[in-house]
Design a protein around this ligand. Structure first.
Ligand code: NAI
Length: 495
C-alpha cells in the first residue's frame, strides 16, 4: 500500500456537511481511506462570524497548504460587510489557475438531449485568475466606472497547457478555444494566439477556435460536437453554467480548480439554505467533484468503481427530490448514498460504463513550497520604444473644445494630438454627430514627425500629463509603446 495522503476537507455551510458526510462515507466504502486521510478544517460562515473577513482560520490555511488539496462543500458568501466569496479568495490566493468542469449525460437525469437519445460527454477549462475577475475597478468621473480586464501571456500559457495535457491524458480528440478576439483583438487575441502556440506541442489533438457567441449557439444546437473548450475567465464562467444546464443543471456538474501547488475540488451549486438540515440534499455534484479529486491523485480504480455505482444507481431510478421521475417517491441523502454503496461493483447498462483499471498507487507529489510569490514570464527581452501616450480625463467639455485645449497643451512638446475617443469611439479629428459622449475622454498623443521612436522614455509623457493636470482631472494614463516594432495598443473604433 502506498503512503497515506492528507487531503484538507471543509464541509461548508447549509447542506454542505450533509453532502460531504455522505460523500466521505461512500469513499470509505470504496476503500479510499486506505490511501487518504481526510483532515477537517474550519472555513465558511462560522469563521466569518468570528470577524475573520477571509472566512478561513490560520490553521485551515496551513493544513490546506501542507496538503496541496482541498475538498470543499458549498460556502455561504456573507452579504454586506467585508467578507468576500471564499471560493474566489481560495482560487486566487492558491493560484488554482484552471477551472476544469466535465459534463456528461447521466441516466435518470432527464434533459432535452437525453430525451432525443443524444449522449453528451465533454469538458470546459476556464482560466480562473485573470480577466475582469482581478476586480480592479475605479470610479473615473461622475458617470463612468471602469473594470480593468487583464490577460497575461504566462496566465494563458498555464491554462492552455493544462487543457492540452488533460485532453491528452483523457484521450479527448478535439479542443476549441472560445474567445471574442474579433472585438477584443489584443486581450482575447493573446488568449487565442497562446492557444495556437501551446497547441503545437499536441499535434495529435484536433484544434479549432470559435467566437463565444457562436459557441453558445452551437452548444445548444449541437453540443455533441465538442470534446473540450478552453475559455477566458468571464466567458468560461458563463459558458460552463450553460453546459451544466445541458446535462441537467448545477447539481450534476463537478468542478476542479487546478494549480501547480494547490488544487480545490468542490460542488458548483450553493449551500441550498432552503433545504439545509432536512437530509434531502442531492450529493451527486460533490461526489462527482470528489471523483475528479480521486483521479487527480491516481486512485483511478476507486474513482471508476464509484462512478459506475453512481451511474447504476441513477439508472435504477433512485433519486433525491430535486430531480428524476416525480411519480416515484424520492429518497433522502443517506438512502441515496446507501444505494450507491449497494451498487459498488455494478455497472450502468444504458450509458457507457467507465472502464475500471487495475488497482494502482496514489501519484500525488506535493511541489516544494515556494520561498515567495513567483514571477512567471513568457516574453523576455523584447525591444520597446515609447511613441506616445493616452491620457484619460474626467471632463464635461465637447470633443472640439477639448481638442483645442489639448492642442495648446502639447504645442511645445515632442507630441501632437492624434485622437480623442469617448467610450472607445473616435470623436476627434472626425466622428459622427450621432455619437453620444459621456464625461470621460481618452486623449491620444503621438510623437511628432521627425522625432525618432524611442528617442525618449516615459518622462516626457509624464511631463505632458503633469501640464494637463494643471487644468484638468487626469484619471490615468497609458504609455503607447511598440514591442519589437509592433504596436502595443489598439486603435479606436472609427479610427
Ligand atoms: P443554491 O445553489 O444554494 O440553491 C439554488 C436552488 O437549488 C435552491 O432551491 C436549492 O435548494 C437547490 N439546490 C442546490 N443544491 C442542491 C442540492 N445539492 N440538492 C438539492 N437541491 C439543491 O444557490 P443560492 O440559493 O443562490 O445560494 C445560496 C448560498 O450559496 C449563497 O450564500 C451563495 O453565496 C452560496 N453559493 C456558494 C457556492 C459555492 O460555495 N461554490 C456556489 C453558489 C452559491
Amino acid at each position: 500500500m502506498s503512503q497515506t495522503l492528507q487531503i484538507a476537507v471543509a464541509k461548508g455551510d447549509g447542506i454542505g456537511p450533509e453532502i460531504m458526510d455522505a460523500t466521505l462515507d461512500l469513499f470509505a466504502a470504496a476503500g479510499v481511506s486506505n490511501f487518504v486521510h481526510f483532515r477537517e478544517v474550519e472555513m465558511g460562515a462560522s469563521v466569518f462570524a468570528k470577524g475573520n473577513s477571509r472566512g478561513m482560520s490560520d490553521d485551515a490555511v496551513r493544513v490546506v497548504e501542507d496538503s496541496g488539496i482541498l475538498f470543499k462543500g458549498p460556502m455561504e458568501t456573507p452579504k454586506g460587510g467585508g467578507g468576500k466569496s471564499i471560493n474566489v479568495t481560495a482560487r486566487k490566493m492558491w493560484n488554482a489557475f484552471a477551472n476544469f468542469r466535465t459534463f456528461k449525460t447521466l441516466p435518470g437525469v432527464e434533459t432535452v438531449y437525453s430525451k432525443a437519445g443524444i449522449y453528451l460527454e465533454f469538458s470546459v477549462v476556464r482560466e480562473n485568475i485573470e480577466d475582469t475577475y482581478g476586480g480592479v475597478e475605479h470610479r473615473l468621473s461622475n458617470d463612468m466606472i471602469q473594470c480593468k480586464r487583464l490577460i497575461s501571456a504566462p496566465g494563458c500559457d498555464e491554462v492552455h497547457r493544462f487543457a492540452f495535457q488533460t485532453a491528452r491524458k483523457l484521450g479527448v480528440k478535439k479542443i476549441h478555444c472560445g474567445h471574442k478576439a474579433n472585438i477584443m483583438k489584443m486581450t482575447d487575441g493573446l488568449f487565442l494566439e497562446r492557444f495556437k502556440v501551446t497547441g503545437r506541442d499536441f499535434p495529435e489533438i484536433e484544434q479549432g477556435d470559435v467566437i463565444v457567441d457562436a459557441l453558445c449557439m452551437n452548444l445548444v444546437v449541437k453540443p455533441q460536437q465538442h470534446g473540450m473548450i478552453v475559455l477566458p475567465n468571464l466567458q468560461g464562467d458563463i459558458v460552463s453554467d450553460l453546459c451544466a444546464g445541458l446535462v441537467g443543471g448545477l447539481g450534476f456538474a463537478p468542478s476542479a480548480n487546478i494549480g501547480n501547488h494547490i488544487s480545490i475540488f468542490e460542488a458548483v451549486h450553493g449551500t441550498a439554505p432552503d433545504i439545509a438540515g432536512r437530509g434531502i440534499a442531492n450529493p451527486t455534484s460533490l461526489i462527482l467533484s470528489g471523483l475528479m479529486m480521486l483521479r487527480h491523485i491516481c486512485l483511478n480504480k476507486e474513482a471508476a468503481t464509484l462512478e459506475n455505482a453512481l451511474l447504476a444507481t441513477l439508472e435504477s431510478g433512485i433519486h433525491t427530490g430535486d430531480f428524476g421521475d416525480k411519480s416515484k417517491p424520492s429518497v433522502g441523502t443517506k438512502d441515496f448514498t446507501a444505494a450507491i454503496k449497494n451498487n459498488l461493483g455494478n455497472k450502468p447498462k444504458t450509458v457507457p460504463a467507465v472502464e475500471v483499471p487495475a488497482a494502482g498507487e496514489t501519484c500525488f507529489v506535493r511541489a516544494p513550497k515556494p520561498a515567495g510569490p513567483q514571477v512567471i514570464r513568457t516574453f523576455k527581452n523584447l525591444v520597446t520604444q515609447v511613441v506616445g501616450c493616452d491620457i484619460y480625463l474626467d471632463s464635461p467639455l465637447s470633443p472640439l473644445a477639448l481638442a483645442e485645449e489639448m492642442q495648446r497643451a502639447c504645442s511645445d512638446t515632442p507630441f501632437k494630438l492624434t485622437l480623442i475617443s469617448n467610450r472607445g469611439t473616435q470623436v476627434w479629428p472626425t466622428g459622427s454627430v450621432y455619437t453620444e459622449c459621456v464625461d470621460y475622454y481618452r486623449v491620444r498623443f503621438e510623437i511628432k514627425e521627425g522625432v525618432t521612436p524611442g528617442a525618449f522614455g516615459q518622462s516626457r509623457c509624464v511631463a505632458l500629463m503633469d501640464k494637463i493636470a494643471e487644468s484638468f482631472t487626469v484619471c490615468s494614463y497609458e504609455l503607447l509603446r511598440t514591442f519589437d516594432g509592433v504596436k502595443g495598443y489598439s486603435l479606436a473604433q472609427g479610427q
